[in-house]
Design a protein around this ligand. Sequence first.
Ligand SMILES: C[S@@+](CC[C@H](N)C(=O)[O-])C[C@H]1O[C@@H](n2cnc3c(N)ncnc32)[C@H](O)[C@@H]1O
Length: 221
Amino acid sequence: MVPSPRVIWDGIFQLRGRQPNPPADLEIFEGVITQHPEYAGMIDVGCGSAETISELARRHPRIRFLGVDASGYIIRQDRRKARNLPNVRFRNDLLPKLGRVQDRYEIVSCMHTLHYVGQIEYALKRLFRLVESGGVLIFNYPNRFYYFDRRRALTLKDPSAAQNREYVLNRAAFEPLLSRRNLLTIRKIGRVLDRAPIRLRRFSVYNIVLAVTNRRNMRAS
Ligand SMILES: C[S@@+](CC[C@H](N)C(=O)[O-])C[C@H]1O[C@@H](n2cnc3c(N)ncnc32)[C@H](O)[C@@H]1O
């Protein structure tokens, strides 16, 4: 039986230990904030060790940030690290339901996280429902190139490695991808959200960052 994402990710973060990561994708969010000085809130779903929102919170004290992650272990660390940042909070919760998140935000980000989520259409719709009128959802997504890459990386040449805890956890984390349950295309995302995604960045064939704006609500408001 595949363990729950909470168990998998607590295990992965405990194994990784304290690895300070540089804030990823910072310039993307800086760009959005610069273009929209009126934006007041950002939620980062699958925030992990929260380097990006912590740095954004330091630079933009008037914006409130919420980091959400499946791992209670990493959320406890994030809270400790950001204790001097009054405009950032954290919550332990899970896609696709995100039952503990009520508010809406002008920026909703979900970076390098949908790759691990099984009910992908539900997750996309849930993320988009968090977007405030006039706001934007920014994310990258699991595509077939990423599937081939992970399948190759996680194909065991030495069967004894199947006992290796890191391998077991990684394999479990990527189960939705390896079973091809959560593969997406830009066209499919457009269909699910009923909005045409905008391509913000193409770092590689695996990593294409999309933006979907909540413009219809903007017109309606
Ligand atoms: C590869 S890390 C990415 C972290 C960060 N967003 C970044 O870009 O560096 C994936 C993160 O997604 C979280 N995660 C995995 N499945 C999740 C789910 N169903 N709901 C919420 N978070 C999840 C993991 O705990 C982990 O922190």
